[in-house]
Each structure stands twice: as C-alpha cells, then as structure tokens.
Design a protein around this ligand. Structure first.
Ligand SMILES: *Cc1c(COP(=O)(O)O)cnc(C)c1O
Length: 371
C-alpha cells in the first residue's frame, strides 16, 4: 500500500520538550522536586479554575489515590460507567470497594443519570462519571442525585483536559478529578496523572498517599505508596500545558470539518452548554454488529490508509477481570455503543489532505457496507 498511513493518534513532542528535559537532567536532580511543584500550580490555574492539584505517576494512580483520600474502601459501592477504559472500575476495585456499573446516554456516551439513580443502594458512597472522549458528563443531574442520597462525586477526566460545562471546567466539579498525561491523551508528560482536589484536606491526603504516607521524612502518618511524578516528566508536562489550548482548537476545527462532510454515519453531538475537546472523534455505524463495524475499520486501514480505533469493544462489566462485580447485569446502551462505535483520527497533526482522505474513506466504505 503506497498511501501514507494516517495514525489514529499522534503525540506531539518536540524541541521545547527536549530542552526542558535537558534542563532537568543537567540539574542532576530528577526525582519529584521543583518542576513537579510548578507543574501542579500551573495546571491548577490553567485547567481547573485554580484548584489545588497533586501530580502522580499515572492517571490510574490518580484515581486510586483520590478514592483512598476520599475514604473509599471495603463495603462501599461506587457507581461508574461500564463504557470506559478499565482503569475507572479497576481503581475502585483496588480500594476494596465494589464498582457498580451504570448505563450511558446514547448521544454523549457518558453516564445516564436515570441509570445511576436506579443503581443507588444503601451502600453507595459515590458516583464517578467519565468525561468520555473529551465530552463532559451531565454533572448537574449527577450532582442532584448525589445530593439526594448523600453521595460524593468524583471525576475521571482522563480524556478531557479543558472541556467544560456551562463555563465550568471539568475536574473542578467533584471531590477530586483526575487527568491522565499518557502520550496519546490531549497532553502528556510521558506517563503521569494530575489530581485536582476540592479542598486542602483531600489534597494533603493524596500527597501523603503518593509518598509512603509521609509529609515529614520518616514520620509516616498513613500507609501509602510511591506514586510520585519525576521532575523529568513534570518538565515535559509544563511545556505541553502551554500548547494544549491551541491543540484543542485544532481538534475542534478538525471535528467541525468531519461533522460537515461525513455521510451515512452518526457524528458526535455536543450537549447544550458543553465544550467538547475531542480526545476522540467517535462516530456510530448505526445498526452495525461488532463484526460489520470491524470490517469497516479494516477497510479504512487497508483501502484508504486511515487508522482508527474502537474505544471500547468490550464493556467493563463483560471483562473477565470486572465481570464478577456485575453478575447478570444488562446495560443495553453500553452494549450497543460497544458494537457500533469507531473513533476517527482528529488529532492536531492532521493536514487538510488527511481530513479529505478520512471523509472520502468513511463515505466510500460505509456506503459500500450499506449496499
Ligand atoms: C487513560 C485513561 C485512564 C488511565 O490513565 P493512565 O494515565 O493511562 O493510567 C483512566 N480513565 C480513562 C477514561 C482513560 O482514558
């Protein structure tokens, strides 16, 4: 195949990041230090309305420590979506609590408040929506349910740096919010995560938990882990933070082009008052069974050189690891989405030629599929 392949995702890491890493290496001090501290402050100011942030070594660590800091543990239930990356449910399970899987709203792929309400029991302690693909979850409706039942709200904002709802940035709604800094996310630190905290006490506990439970050396207050971020990673993240807004605008422009030109598929709508940051641009092939959808994915790649992804083909409540928490559970919208979705390239490195090729590819392959 002679066509240059358009990758589904492409991290942008350049000279500025190399210079920043060099600065840290030349200093001889590479573990958690001044770069991490600066990154936390800058991230908080820029992305979560000035909230106190704590950097950790991955998004998954961020969820885990946020849950522990909020006191989640054995005997508790936390309501999460099943249509997400497994880290969401895993982090709940690793605290000893039970992940309870609720269904999604078909338009926006995020937790359905009605399904959340139906999942509340006397053991429910919290609800943890995911701002999936970069689209904010329905926070006002979820907060209302949480208020009614005395639940905490946590946010998995791994995919949603800069997304907002009615002018409020995601990650600033819940007791804590987590952002992933994995390379394919909207910005990266190599590996890493950022926990945005509602108050100083949560932030202090996350700081303790990431560092063996110590604030003062060898005066361990809590049983903790080593989930620290290094200054090398923080230096990369600080550079990326200065670029993420421009990249997001490019993602939004790319999405607008795809919305305007794709045919025969369901393009992703945006809820009223929401700002979508298009971590993924996810279409549905209406009525596709998984196998037919997979044929489209293959044809896009083989016949047009267009990479794409399926996030996520197996709902979390069907995974061997997490299914034991959900015996007999049926989540119809989750199952349908898992069979129908395809995420097309939307990343900021796409050229006009790439966008044209993606449109031609989808319009050709999907019409063929229907014929
Ligand atoms: C990426 C991701 C995570 C985990 O983040 P890592 O940095 O890879 O540990 C959690 N939840 C969702 C929805 C994600 O997409």
């Amino acid at each position: 195949m002679s066509l240059e392949m358009i990758p589904a995702a492409r991290p942008i890491i350049g000279e500025d990041e190399r210079v920043a890493v060099d600065r840290v290496l030349a200093s001889g001090m590479v573990a958690q230090g001044p770069e991490v501290k600066a990154f936390e402050a800058e991230f908080g100011q820029h992305l979560v309305q000035g909230r106190e942030c704590v950097a950790v070594n991955s998004g998954t660590s961020g969820l885990h420590l946020g849950l522990l800091a909020a006191g989640i543990g054995p005997g508790d239930e936390v309501i999460v979506p099943s249509f997400t990356f497994a880290a969401t449910g895993n982090s709940v399970a690793l605290t000893g609590a039970t992940p309870v899987f609720a269904d999604i709203e078909p338009d926006f792929f995020c937790l359905d408040p009605a399904s959340v309400r139906a999942s509340v029991t006397e053991r429910t302690r919290a609800v943890m929506p995911v701002h999936l693909y970069g689209h904010p979850a329905n926070m006002p409706a979820l907060q209302e349910i949480a208020d009614e039942h005395g639940l905490l709200v946590f946010e998995d904002a791994a995919q949603a740096h800069g997304a907002s709802l009615h002018g409020q940035k995601v990650g600033s709604f819940g007791t804590f919010g987590m952002f992933s800094l994995y390379p394919t996310k909207n910005m990266t630190s190599g590996e890493g995560g950022m926990v945005s905290c509602a108050d100083g006490e949560i932030a202090r506990r996350v700081r303790l938990l990431r560092n063996q439970g110590m604030e003062r050396q060898y005066a361990n207050e809590l049983v903790g882990l080593n989930n620290r971020m290094t200054d090398i990673h923080a230096a990369i993240g600080r550079v990326q933070l200065t670029k993420v807004d421009a990249w997001t605008r490019q993602r939004q422009d790319n999405a607008a082009f795809l919305n305007a030109h794709l045919e025969g598929v369901t393009t992703p709508p945006v809820a009223e008052g929401a700002v979508h940051v298009y971590h993924q641009y996810t279409i549905r092939i209406p009525g596709a069974a998984g196998a037919e959808r997979d044929r489209v994915v293959t044809a896009l790649r083989e016949e047009h050189g267009v990479g794409s992804g399926v996030y996520y083909p197996i709902p979390n409540h069907r995974l061997e690891s997490l299914a034991p928490y959900a015996p007999g559970l049926e989540l119809p919208e989750t199952e349908r989405a898992a069979a129908e979705v395809i995420s097309l390239p939307v990343h900021p490195s796409l050229t006009p030629e790439h966008l044209e090729r993606i449109v031609t590819a989808v319009n050709t392959v999907v019409v063929k599929a229907g014929a």
